[in-house]
Design a protein around this ligand. Structure first.
Ligand SMILES: Cc1ncc(C[n+]2csc(CCOP(=O)(O)OP(=O)(O)O)c2C)c(N)n1
Ligand SMILES: [Mg+2]
Length: 570
């Protein structure tokens, strides 16, 4: 039998999709039948990964795509499963990560007019007016499969959207009767649906930017995510090295620049103070950043000239957005940086000026490194986040991939993991918590030989649906080390409140309903769900041994390890 569901599987297989992260329901008999048939007849289809929680499913696809650039499929159940994707939809959209999502629709016939017609009570309950509307504002493309005959065309078109800059998730729906409809296989060549080619900047703009940077005393590049394409990092290192340009990361979600490069000037998040390097810069090139600075607390000098290169310089999904840039270019960062580097081969470089700039930034860099070393020294009876992170860094090595969802410790993890290589740290680029567990599973499926370390807050661990994550990690052999920065609750909302009301009632209230006392046995949850190695650490002197044992469990026993590390109470 060749149905619309067979065609969808065939299209996904043709498109090189490796996994279907699935949470099935009564909308999927045709798909389950088609999968079983393909297996019985030894027809190749993507591997199905059973995901007991939809947000985890979408986070898996997100993680896989982050490492490979390739969209994977997520299959969910009608409006209910679509709603359960929850914040993962926001995360994929904000991070511009390609994901293919398919959900069934309730049958549209009730008297047995077609195969798939209503035969269960839920089919009346799940028939809603606008299922696609639930997620439309987050999707790059959404459509309904209305006939089996063009399923492959629509799947390939949706993936073309997902893989074209700015990338993002796409959403297809299909009713039971349509997914059951028989048809003939249609030949399709994925080469006919290429992603849009990377866009360069105009040559005149290239010359102007190089000229402006050469004339500047303290030129600075601010970026958040150009390192999503590792080729862009190589180009950036080359460009900055030749002209002596500093690099400041703002809310980085990937490794954009090696932290050990003397031109690296650190990373700024929601720190409530002015960034010195940003204030001193006289020319700022913002490349791939949604939030290059937060003007109420930290901004460039009024005299600084500002330019933007971004795949999405208008920030089209953000109703309010503005920085005072007089030059804006919609372009692919790696392509634009390669153009800037090519320009350097054609113009005379003022080496003395470049050397002056390099020395200036190298001095700041050394000061920063010394300060970080001071912060990570152990001291007192309580484990500090800096010390904990340094212990992890020393043991996991430079090639391990860090999955950072540390929230109020995001910057600590970023600073003290001090990644030198592109692709060795990923942060949640959206803001809907609970991404890291699923993301780690997806990443491990994409790169089974790498070591993955999830570093998360305790609240975030709970958001990540750890019972699902650890059950899946065992079932699909995707072990990773999880370090929980346990401050017994949600510190971030406390910070947010005190930043707006420093002297209010909240500042004097002992309890803001943000703490988790007594906390759950976090590592025990992982043991119960997936046989993880569990360890609770409360004293600084136990950290090194705990990390070592955890890593051994991950690397030698191929099982997850969860270290529940108690920090100072929020
Ligand atoms: C899905 C979702 N719900 C709520 C929030 C609001 N929120 C932001 S940070 C935070 C606390 C996170 O707690 P934890 O992971 O323990 O980190 P900590 O703040 O303690 O460092 C919350 C609840 C959010 N960002 N996403
Ligand atoms: Mg916390």
């Amino acid at each position: 039998m060749y149905t619309a569901s067979t065609a969808m599987l065939e299209a996904l297989q043709e498109a090189g999709v490796s996994y279907i992260f699935a949470n099935f329901g009564s909308d999927h008999p045709a798909l389950l039948e088609a999968i079983a048939e393909a297996r019985a007849l030894k027809r190749p289809i993507p591997a199905v990964v059973t995901c007991p929680n939809e947000m985890v499913a979408m986070s898996c696809a997100y993680g896989y795509a982050q490492l490979t650039g390739r969209a994977q499929a997520v299959v969910v159940h009608v409006d209910c499963g679509t709603q359960s994707l929850g914040g993962a939809v926001h995360n994929a959209a904000k991070a511009r990560v390609p994901v293919f999502v398919f959900a069934g629709l309730s049958p549209f016939t009730q008297e047995g007019e077609a195969r798939g017609s209503r035969n269960e009570f839920i089919h009346w309950l799940q028939d809603v007016y606008d299922q696609r509307g639930i997620v439309r504002q987050y999707m790059k493309y959404d459509n309904e499969l209305r006939t089996a005959r063009n399923v492959k065309q629509i799947v390939h078109r949706s993936l073309q959207f997902a893989h074209s800059d700015p990338k993002g998730p796409v959403y297809l729906v299909g009713a039971r009767e349509v997914m059951e409809e028989e048809t003939e296989s249609v030949a399709a060549d994925v080469a006919d649906w290429p992603p849009i080619a990377p866009v360069p900047i105009a040559e005149a703009a290239v010359a102007g930017l190089v000229d402006a940077i050469q004339k500047a005393a303290k030129p600075l590049i601010v970026t958040s995510y150009l390192g999503r394409n590792q080729a862009a990092v190589t180009e950036l290192v080359r460009f900055c090295g030749r002209l002596g340009v500093g690099v400041l990361e703002s809310v980085p979600s990937v490794v954009n620049f090696p932290h050990n490069d003397p031109l690296y000037q650190g990373n700024h998040w929601s720190h409530p103070f002015q960034n010195r390097t940003l204030a001193e810069a006289d020319f700022i090139l913002v490349i791939d950043s949604d939030v290059p600075w937060i003007p109420t607390v930290s901004k460039p000098s009024d005299k600084a000239a500002i330019a933007i290169i971004d795949v999405d310089p208008l920030k089209q999904s953000m109703p309010l957005w503005h920085i005072k840039a007089r030059q804006c270019y919609r372009a692919d960062a790696a392509t634009a940086l390669a153009q800037l580097n090519a320009r350097l081969d054609q113009v005379e470089i003022d080496d003395a000026a470049a050397e002056r700039r390099r020395r200036h930034y190298a001095k700041h860099h050394r000061e920063r490194i010394a300060e970080l070393a001071r912060l990570e020294a152990p001291g007192g009876d309580v484990v500090t986040p800096e010390y904990l992170t340094a212990c992890v860094r020393r043991q996991v090595g430079p090639d391990a991939v860090v999955v950072n969802e540390g929230i109020t410790n995001n910057h600590v993890i970023c600073d003290h993991m001090a990644r030198g290589k592109p692709g060795t740290m990923f942060g949640i680029a959206g803001s809907s918590l609970g991404w890291s567990g699923g993301a780690a599973i997806g990443m491990k499926l994409a790169a089974p030989d790498k070591t993955f370390v999830v570093m998360s807050g305790d609240g975030t661990y709970m958001f990540s649906a750890p019972s699902t994550v650890h059950w899946m990690a065992r079932r699909y052999r995707t072990p990773f080390l999880q370090v929980i920065f346990n401050n017994r609750g949600w510190k971030a909302p406390k910070f947010s409140t005190l930043a707006v009301h420093p002297d209010g009632f909240a500042s004097r209230a002992g309890d803001l309903d943000l703490s988790f006392d007594p906390p759950p046995d976090y590592s025990g949850i992982a043991t119960a769900a997936g046989g993880a190695f569990a360890c609770i650490i409360k004293r600084p002197e136990d950290v090194e041994a705990g990390v070592a044992e955890g890593l051994r469990a991950v690397r030698e026993e191929q099982r997850c390890a969860v270290l529940d590390v108690w920090l100072e109470h929020l």
